[in-house]
Design a protein around this ligand. Sequence first.
Ligand code: ADP
Length: 435
Amino acid sequence: MHFKLIIRTLFLRLGTWLSLSVLLGYLLGSVWAALALCSLTVIAWHYRHLYEFINWIWQSKAISPPQADGVWGDIYNGLYRQIKRHRQKQKKLNDKLRQFRDGAEALPDAALVLSKDFIIQWGNKKAQKLLGVRTSGDVGQRIDNLIRFPEFSKYLDAHNWDTPCHIVSPVNHEIHLELRFMAYGTEHLLFIARDVSKIRRLEEMRRDFVANVSHELKTPLTVVRGYVEMIQMEEETFNPHWKKTFATIESQVSRMDRLVEQLLVLSRTEINIDNHDQHLVNVPELIEDLVEDSQWLNQDKKHTITTEIDSSFGLLGFDTELKSAFSNLLSNAIGYTESNGNIHVTWKKSGNRMMYSVKDDGPGISKQHINRLTERFYRVDKSRSRDTGGSGLGLAIVKHVLNHHHAELNIKSDLGKGSEFIIYFDTKSMVSLVN
Ligand code: ADP
């Protein structure tokens, strides 16, 4: 609307000037001279304004344009409007930027914005405190030039950021950090470092507490058990009521003993107490021994236990832990399957990984429980588990063992038909046993 009006006025003015000069020239008897004079005046007027315009753009510090009439007034008004619009946009962007920075500063974590190739673009104050990255001096550096830990370099290279990386702070070795990367737009990464020292300390305290309590309980339990067994040797002389009482005491003490034993195994596995280097474990032999040992557990239930063992591969790992995980799955299958069931133990290659599987035709597990089975003390049917002597710790132990061995657990189960617990071991852990 504005535009059309200005253009119309522009041509109207030019027309009026030309008509007036033609009229004046006609009256004075020299139309061409009048036209030339008029054109020169118009050109001079425009040049004067051009000069003012260039002066304003290049020399003047004033934001508002010079005063002018006619078309130059319209040009200046238009320009001024554009400038104002641009400044408003810039102000909005600045406000947004300030909000983002205030937000990032308010975070309890260190936050860095990195380019896709890990070059630092920006960081909050916490980044200096926890990581020693200074926004003033370190922008433009690659993050792994400043955080020099082998585990961090590996984490960067792996490009798998679903799980966090844990390091100690390069600034203060008492601070433990949990590092995470997140895609931020298409060109950037957000790098967050969280101080998890308190959580770690609490975790350690919890683990130590459980380990100490279990350890302390072990001796009194052994003493009580010994006395009960001594008393039971004389049970022929007791009346039936006391016989039953001592049998119950014995079975409950045994249950407690198993629970304490499992708690100890769990805490040992959690802290990986035997944290020596991993070594070659002859898994085929280990499984064969386990199956043989499990026969005494199978005395009452009389299951048929079959095996399929590929003897050409072992694993790089911790033998006590692997033994514990494998035997937990086997004893669960024996314990939870009704008498005279079928249990099949497999150790073989599956794709490029190795798998250990225990399959039974027992009661199966309904879907809603499957994801929770590896939680501590989680039992599907508490009363039945108690009958089988279960504590709910077996699969929690398995989970920790698998974490140490880069392995994963897969549980397939059909209610009423049976279950299969499969452990997949990564190619990295496989070792050929054939020379
Ligand atoms: P528990 O010591 O009670 O056996 P686990 O952690 O080993 O503890 O197992 C957790 C629960 O998973 C068990 O209480 C049981 O309900 C279920 N479970 C484990 N293995 C089997 C199986 N082979 N068949 C049916 N249920 C099973």
